[in-house]
Write a protein of this length. Sequence first.
Length: 300
Amino acid sequence: IDIPNSRKQHKNPIVRIGGLAISGGFIIALTISFLIIKFLGLQNLELNYIFTLIFSIYSFFLIGIADDIYQLSPLFRLALQIIITSIGFNHGIALETLDIRFLHLNIEKLELNTIISYLITIFWLTGIPNAINWMDGLDGLAAGVAAISFFIFFIINLHSGFILLGVISLVIFGCLCGFLRFNFFPAKVVMGDGGSNFIGSLLAYLSILPLTNFYLEMQNYNGSFKFFYPLIILLIPIVDMLYVVLSRLIKGKSPFYPDRNHFHHRLLKRGFSHKQTVVFILILHLSLCFTLPISLLFFT
């Protein structure tokens, strides 16, 4: 149960294990989807990467559930997340090469050394879940932002020939649409840290997998999935997280110090209502995201 306090908008206690519904529905629908893909022969399933993905996102989910129940230390949570993402890095989920042909610099690829690759990968895979977690401050906000992001990833992955990643994106999009029925203002249930960690980690992994060397080679990559796509799709959560962290550091406080300085909090202070704030951010997010499929339609 999520108990109201000075940092939260809801006035009454509310169930906060909605992430259990999202993660449960996801694994059931994903299993059925994989069986259909295998039966139709649409794409070879690389079990090593699938198992690593499933292990990682459900580990993040368990960390979030534990935090919902026991209120874990932020540093302890972060340490566990780094361990999990390091395992993924060791299994090939890493940003090692950047395709920069679109810059027309007579250089097709930029190779990253192991240390730089590790730091960028770990920062991304741990940062995005926490950014989504921090956005889960208003009814329907985090789930809405994530649902839009997953749908855009679905379109781009299909365009890039990444059928499996497209199906995963569509499955979690469906789960979130079902969840939003009960989570949009006024919410009957919230996803909690378990849910936000789950969808945040899945967003992080789906956005980095098409850029790994394995996918570049396996999919006979045509360069249609640019490395800046995830930055555009997740721009609002990323900017919000960086702004809050920097503002806390400037004030001499811990980056984990809780406050009401997030984007949605500042809109509320300007007089927006709860629902208006959520709708405004979702429209802004949708506008940013849909520049990508439109550009793919007209310029590729």
